[in-house]
Design a protein around this ligand. Structure first.
Ligand code: PEP
Ligand code: CO
Length: 451
């Protein structure tokens, strides 16, 4: 590290503070916010810069077509759900999906959770009205409370501090699970216990787990028992939405003098905050973490090329991931031109499908939901486009939970619109439950194989 690099980096840290930042809360007490930010600036990093570099390398393999990204977790984490039970269930889901994809599609899978920091939500409306009462919308546990009361909905900066601590304890448990034996591939059966075991997807998984077991036994009999099977590389990610929080956790790396957002390994910029002249893109351009940008149906090829110019000027595979969320009815129309123009520009980005956010609708019961078939159809469309163009379908980005919820309709253990009320627990968008997530993993593995 040179002192100059350090000073330059700190100076550029300020560059996004003067730009307009969409979707920020308005705190009633500016002094209270300043105190919280000062505390956050003094807290230790949640991740190391070197780990972010490692994930960038892994994402490089994804961009080049040598690996597949599995990114998943809640739409919005909530403070109340920071329990061993919820975290373990989520992790199990991702580990099971990862095993299915690795084994059935024979591809290395990069596993990234929407976890340990996914507490902030952009909203299309500033207010919500119920029975004639209008209050500010819920913007995630990092901003205000979910309860529909005036007091709960006031943005409270102390929630930023709680977000940090909840992220830290979540990540601590995730690290313990993934390196402490629980994620050992020999545990492939143990991840399939509880309700999911009896579901159709659980039984299909059991069959696959037996095959993995046989393969491991065969390898052991041959005298090889690789260390790689004992632990799992697992990374954290969230939407970089709240500038006060992300800025406070952006630090100069002592090895290189470059800036890293040490709140997560990977962060992404959402569909509502990806303005090219806004604070979020400027912020993303200054940090060295791998960056995702969500691209909705209005994205033009020119915009996509400008994201590359701004966020990946060195054209480094793994630095930039485009998370495409068009909707099942638009993906086949909108994606080809984007991929063609980006490929023609010579950039190697990772293309990932988010088949959730373009497929949300309100059921007659009033529940926000998604059809499993629409989710699947968008993934199919994504694979078709890449096959046609000879490019690589790099991965999936999904909203899921390890719990047996009823939030999305369809799937192998079919959930009907009339079932939605039974266990509708999300704090924001509807998530795939564990058996729907496993169904999806099997179907994606088939698509990958026939690619
Ligand atoms: C999300 O990922 O939860 C989200 C809000 O997505 P998008 O920015 O694509 O709408
Ligand atoms: Co969502």
């Amino acid at each position: 590290m040179t002192v100059n690099a350090d000073i330059d980096a700190l100076a550029t840290k300020a560059s996004w503070r003067d730009l307009p930042a969409a979707q920020q809360p308005t705190y009633p007490d500016a002094e209270a916010l300043r105190e919280v930010v000062a505390d956050l600036e003094s807290y230790p990093p949640l991740v190391f810069a070197g780990e972010c570099d490692e994930l960038r390398t892994r994402m490089g393999a994804v961009a080049r077509g040598e690996a597949f990204l599995l990114q998943g977790g809640d739409c919005a984490e909530s403070f109340d759900a920071v329990t061993a039970e919820h975290i373990r269930a989520k992790l199990k889901t991702i580990l099971q999906m990862g095993a299915v994809l690795t084994y059935a599609a024979s591809v290395p899978v990069v596993k990234v959770g929407r976890i340990a920091g996914q507490y902030s939500k952009p909203r299309s409306k500033d207010t919500e009205t119920r029975d004639g009462v209008t209050l500010p919308t819920y913007r995630g546990d990092s901003v205000n409370g979910f309860d529909f009361t005036e007091a709960a909905r006031v943005p409270d900066p102390d929630r930023l501090r709680r977000m940090y601590h909840h992220s830290a304890s979540t990540l601590n448990l995730v690290r313990a699970f993934t390196t402490g034996g629980y994620a050992d591939l020999r545990q492939v059966h143990a991840w399939n216990q509880d309700f999911v075991r009896t579901s159709a997807s659980g039984q299909r998984y059991e069959q696959l787990a037996r095959e993995i077991d046989n393969a491991l036994n065969f390898m052991r009999a041959c005298g090889t028992d690789p260390e790689e099977f004992r632990t799992v590389e697992f990374y954290s990610s969230h939407e970089a939405l709240l500038m006060d929080y992300e800025s406070a956790l952006t630090r100069v790396d002592s090895r290189t003098g470059r800036l890293y957002d040490v709140s997560a390994h990977m962060v992404w910029i959402g569909e509502r905050t990806r303005q090219l002249d806004g604070a979020h893109i400027e912020f993303a351009s200054k940090i060295r973490n791998p960056i995702g940008v969500k691209l909705g149906p209005s994205t033009t090829p020119e915009e996509a090329l400008q994201y590359i110019e701004r966020l990946d000027p060195e054209r480094e595979p793994g630095r930039l991931t485009f998370v495409v969320r068009m909707g099942a009815d638009k993906i086949r129309d909108k994606l080809p031109t984007l991929v063609e123009k980006v490929t023609a520009s010579g950039a190697t980005v990772a293309w990932v499908t988010d088949p959730m956010h373009g497929n949300t609708f309100e059921a007659a019961s009033g529940h926000k939901t998604r059809r499993f078939d629409d989710v699947l159809d968008e993934v199919k469309g994504f694979f078709e486009v890449h096959k046609e163009l000879g490019t690589h379908p790099g991965g999936i980005h999904v909203e899921l939970t390890g719990d047996d919820v009823t939030e999305c309709v369809g799937g192998g253990d079919e959930i009907f619109v009339d079932d939605l009320h039974q266990r509708y627990e999300t704090a924001c968008d509807p998530r795939l439950n564990r058996s729907q997530s496993l169904d999806l993993a099997f179907l994606v593995a088939e698509m990958y194989r026939s690619q």
